[in-house]
Design a protein around this ligand. Structure first.
Ligand code: AMP
Ligand code: ZN
Length: 288
């Protein structure tokens, strides 16, 4: 009985690892000895991803954006530091207070005084900005994130429901290099893995994950979409179907991906309109 459980656990671990390796190959995510910055949040997905890329012999370093969220960023950083030390992985940290002069909460509060925007939308823009900037600055060829199949299905539906069709073109397991080198190519090696599978893998591997969810998280719409998907019978099958069907559409429209990206006149990072979203948000904190 106990032996059966151990055999099943080992079989799951091997299957999961093979699935990630197969996705890297299938989608051509990593070529040769490319240097990969792994965006690590301390959560189950990015921790599993970092562990596996290192295990597969990839040329990786971990990149953490310290958003200075009280009682959360420091707990994650403590665990990430120990994890990287144990697994001999270089850890690079971007300190938001040093970069922008404020914590994420301060940035959210000032911006929200004049804009109807959620904490998660602001956080997403700030994280994307610094991940792109510092992954390039620190010599990475690509940036890997821990997005899994559930995230992709949710993002796809969220973009469609909010009439953000353009954002759908940023989805997919890997982005290609843009002509002007503004965006670092992004890869999602957990693309074929369900949320429940990474959760199980991380638990079986005994990774030390901080259990509390982010205290600033307040994305009701995402929660609704997740809830809606979970209520559909056979939803794991549906999520795979949805994402794979979307990939077929994406393959037919590759040229749309980087339409309209220009250098931000403040920071030289990519923007749509001349001023990037992060600079637009940070402008309000600087005014204080
Ligand atoms: P989230 O947007 O929180 O669902 O996170 C999606 C992915 O973004 C994670 O799997 C990580 O790869 C990356 N990420 C999230 N938060 C951070 C952070 N503070 N620093 C670096 N990478 C992050
Ligand atoms: Zn900018």
């Amino acid at each position: 009985m106990v032996l059966d459980i151990i055999i099943n656990m080992n079989a799951f671990i091997l299957d999961f690892e093979k699935k990630v390796k197969d996705s890297i190959k299938k989608y051509d995510l990593i070529i040769g000895n490319e240097r990969i910055a792994v965006a690590i949040s301390g959560g189950k997905d990015s921790t599993s991803l970092l562990y596996l890329l290192k295990k597969f012999g990839c040329n990786v370093f971990a990149l953490f954006i310290d958003l200075k969220i009280k009682g959360n960023s420091d707990e994650n950083l403590k665990r990430i530091t120990a994890f990287c030390k144990k697994n001999c992985i270089e850890l690079r940290i971007v300190d938001l207070k040093k970069e922008a002069g404020h914590s994420l909460l301060e940035i959210c509060r000032t911006y929200q005084k004049e804009h109807d925007s959620t904490n998660c939308a602001i956080c997403g823009a700030i994280k994307r900005h610094y991940l792109n900037k510092f992954a390039k600055k620190w010599g990475a060829d690509k940036l890997a994130t821990g997005h899994n199949l559930d995230d992709e299905a949710e993002n796809l539906l969220l973009n469609i429901f909010s009439n953000n069709y353009d954002l759908c073109f940023g989805l997919g397991p890997g982005s290609v290099k843009d002509d002007v080198g503004l965006f670092i190519p992004r890869i999602k090696p957990l693309y074929d893995c369900l949320n429940s599978e990474t959760e199980k893998y991380s638990r079986l591997m005994g990774f030390d994950i901080y259990p509390e969810i982010c205290p600033l998280r307040a994305d009701a719409f995402r929660k609704d979409v997740r809830h809606m998907i979970s209520k559909i019978k056979n939803n794991d099958f549906l999520k795979r179907k949805l994402v794979n069907n979307f990939l077929d559409i994406l393959k037919k429209m590759p040229a749309k991906k980087f339409l309209g990206a220009v250098k931000c006149f403040e920071c030289s990072e990519p923007s749509r309109k001349g001023l990037c979203k992060a600079c637009e948000i940070l402008k309000f904190s600087k005014k204080r």
